[in-house]
Design a protein around this ligand. Structure first.
Ligand code: GDP
Ligand code: GDP
Length: 435
């Protein structure tokens, strides 16, 4: 969802304009410790195109110097986060040097900026508003946030200038899958099963390599590309060198992949190399699922599966989100489940949650367990917004980003997962200073 930010000095009417565009008074969140009371974001859904509205205000600066500093920071934030900026000025206060400076800053930005003059309640102010052309802008919007004048025109221009919505083309973008794992775990066999045909291997001689082969296919009417790294064929013992080569291949495939299928040999179990490669996938922000192959070759009693899962969870403790599947490429058992799982994981990898839902989840998390003190002051979380997918990434605006400890980040990550799932995908939290 595109983001629209309202920037301007205190008392120009940002909050009033925010409510006007939002359509009702902005809700006050209950008095949660660590969360500011004023909600300064809202999802505006009553026009043709929904957008997130941010009121960057909410502070009471003491001195002129401090004011200018805050306006710079506020504008910087808007410049970074917003798709469109509304710079709000006040006809009663007139044009000030601070406005001049911010306007100069905004003019250099490669994003649409609308200059709106507020408190134009009548004809007299309309004339006075002309003074703002001194800012060197071509177009001014005059509004009265309080009386609802000029708002429709301003909103129409906001809607017009928002970046075009991601069309179906983006939604249909191919999901790239990499099948990785040590030599001989059954990658080729699985790929052949997945694609539903036996691929002829060019040269199945011990130690011969072939480049990875990409295969495009469609599943449930969605396009996929399979990056096959089953580059190494061998019979007998694997040399050190080949093992290393398979890691290099896996890392290359990861770079291009969205979803990684990490194949583990049920007979040989998890190896150090599997952990290294999976760790790399996690760091690179790839979705990942664990597929335990050769399940047919394991002697089982009714505790085998449970023990295996436990063992894998302990080994891959940095990947608590990865689904685990037990399959046999040889017999085909449960291989069909793989694509169904990939489809789910890919959806989670691309998933966007609304700012409202996200902040509700965070508020609950903060209430249950507020952030710690930092340099004698309680750390605050203002609000968060999802800034990306593949993997889902969240920017959290806080009072002091450097004060947030890794353990609290993990706590919030867990709470976000509890609220939304995000099965199979890593998620990222980015802490940003605000205030
Ligand atoms: P913010 O600090 O920029 O968020 O400003 P507020 O929205 O809190 O408004 C500051 C003051 O300006 C309040 O007393 C509002 O009632 C007043 N105000 C806001 N919009 C208008 C307007 O269109 N006309 C007039 N006359 N006053 C307004
Ligand atoms: P890759 O090197 O990872 O591509 O592994 P391959 O697909 O070439 O398989 C290596 C060996 O394991 C071959 O002899 C396969 O027949 C065998 N294999 C693959 N999948 C299974 C399975 O599910 N069960 C059993 N028992 N053997 C398998």
């Amino acid at each position: 969802m595109p983001v629209v930010a309202i920037v301007g000095r205190p008392n120009v009417g940002k909050s009033t304009l925010f409510n006007r565009i939002f359509g009702r008074r902005k809700a006050l969140v209950e008095d949660f410790p660590g969360v500011t009371r004023d909600r300064n974001y809202a999802e505006v859904t009553r026009f043709e195109r929904p957008f997130t509205l941010i009121d960057t205000g909410g502070f009471e600066p003491q001195s002129q110097e401090r004011l200018l500093q805050q306006m710079r920071e506020q504008s910087q934030l808007a410049i970074e986060e917003a798709d469109l900026i509304v710079f709000l000025l006040d006809v009663q206060q007139g044009l000030t040097p601070a406005d001049q400076e911010v306007a100069a800053m905004l003019r250099r930005v490669d994003k649409p900026v609308l200059f709106a003059i507020n408190k134009v309640d009548g004809e007299r102010q309309e004339q006075a508003a002309a003074e703002f052309y001194a800012l060197g802008v071509e177009e001014l919007f005059t509004v009265s946030a309080e009386h609802g004048l000029g708002i429709n025109d301003l909103v129409a221009n906001i809607l017009d200038r928002l970046p075009s919505a991601p069309g179906p083309a983006a939604a249909e973008e191919v999901t790239r899958i990499a099948v990785i794992g040590r030599p001989n775990v059954g990658k080729s066999s699985l790929v052949n099963r997945l694609l539903g045909f036996e691929r002829v291997v060019a040269n199945p001689v011990a130690g011969t390599t072939r480049d990875s082969i990409d295969t495009a296919f469609v599943y449930n009417r969605k396009p996929y590309l399979l990056i096959d790294t089953a580059g190494i064929r061998r019979k007998g013992k694997v040399s050190q060198k080949l093992e290393k080569f398979s890691v290099v291949q896996a890392l290359k495939a990861l770079e291009r992949a969205h979803v990684v299928i990490m194949v583990i040999d049920a007979v040989e179990g998890v190896t150090e190399q599997d952990l290294t490669v999976a760790g790399y996938a996690h760091e690179q922000g790839r979705a990942l699922m664990l597929v335990v192959n050769k399940w047919d070759a394991v002697e089982k009693d009714n505790q085998t599966l449970g023990r295996f899962v436990e063992d894998i969870r302990i080994n891959f403790k940095f990947l608590p989100y990865a689904p685990i599947l037990f399959v046999s490429a040889l017999t085909g058992q449960r291989v069909a489940k793989i694509m169904a799982e990939i489809e789910k994981v890919a959806a989670e990898y691309n998933r966007q949650v609304t700012t409202g839902e996200l902040n509700k989840a965070l508020e609950m998390a903060v209430t249950a367990h507020p952030p710690a003190m930092h340099q004698g002051r309680r750390l605050k979380i203002f609000y968060a917004t999802q800034v990306g997918v593949r993997p889902p990434s969240f920017m959290i605006f806080v009072s002091k980003a450097e004060g947030f400890h890794f353990s609290y980040e993990r706590y919030l990550t867990n709470k976000i997962r509890e609220a939304f799932g995000f099965q199979g995908t890593p998620i990222r939290l980015i802490f940003r200073d605000r205030e």
